[in-house]
Design a protein around this ligand. Sequence first.
Ligand code: GAL
Length: 410
Amino acid sequence: MSIPLRRGLALLLLAANTTWAADVEVLHYWTSGGEARSAAELKKTLQAKGVNWKDFAVAGGAGENAATALKARVIAGNPPTAAQVKGPAIQEWGREGVLANIDAVAQAEKWDSLLPPAIASIMKYKGSYVAAPINVHRVNWLWVNPAVLKKVGAKAPANFDEFFAAADKIKAAGLVAVAHGGQPWQDATLFESVALGIGGPEFYKKALVQLDPAALSGPQMLKTFETLGRIKTYIDRDAPGRDWNLATAMVINGKAGMQFMGDWAKGEFTAAGKKPGADFLCLPAPGTDKAFSFNVDSLLMFKVKDAKSQQVLASSLMSPEFQEQFNLNKGSIPVRAGVPKTRFDACALQSMLDMEAASKGGSFVPSLAHNMAVGSATQGAMMDVIARFMSTNLAPKDAVAALAKAARTR
Ligand code: GAL
């Protein structure tokens, strides 16, 4: 999907927005229980600064529907103040000439010294800040209900052998071993954690970030699809179309034992009053304890008339108080330096340590499923293949060939 915009759109945009009010309209897709608590925090922060929040929520995990709604609004010459857009898509929007430059805020607040350089550069278009980052989500997690493990006599899995041993016991007890929703982005979330666990970070980077044809067609990719095929047999038949938070609810209420999902799932556990270690476990996905696949949420700023309110929004997003409370609710960790760690739980502290170690060790890798690794056209084509593998009887070797071909899409 490239972004189909007409020439001269930037001028049209400037002309179209005529009313002034201390309002910000923010397009996001934070609609589950834990996510809504996080969005409410942003609304509260802005209202305390005299800025009114116009909610533009578009339901649909990982923002597939939100991206479509955003294109329609920009093409109509009426963009929101900001939208949740991440990774390489920020550059795609930059090329359309519709973004606001927020360097004035970023320089005054020294964002360059507060953000990891790799993340700061994702937020910039041609050297200027156009987006504000809020958090770091880790994608390669396995969420586990320890009461289910206990009931079936299984132990918390650290590798694929232990994972399949636990899954067999959970399935034999008549429960769902792997809670999953059959939607392309959830399929891709599972796929990338398996690829990271099977092939390791070097393979992951070569295949899913650099799109190296040899890695994409090699034995580790075959083993990734074979493992994925095996995991499929532990997913219940009602999975197609199920929302991710409903899959998490199955783990919360003990209908299922485990779920592969990023740590926005933790927001669901905590919103339900559950405690890490006691009511749920956050384990690195099998074989990925040394790696960290990252997903940074950011709000992308569009050219709008009310630049003042937009700057208040940008500044609020990067404030330590906001990043603390938002991330406590969201399940992620702050992206900027200088946020106190004292109120974060064991999963978040683990994430902070693992992020530091992975950054030093070259195993901090961008998430494919969550728009961090490749451009949107390539990502869409690759996710189509993964979803087809999950929902049909496509053989692993045919999936490997199809994925390698899809990776050439630009
Ligand atoms: C991710 C996003 C998270 C969360 C999740 C489910 O892509 O970064 O903030 O919303 O999708 O929608």
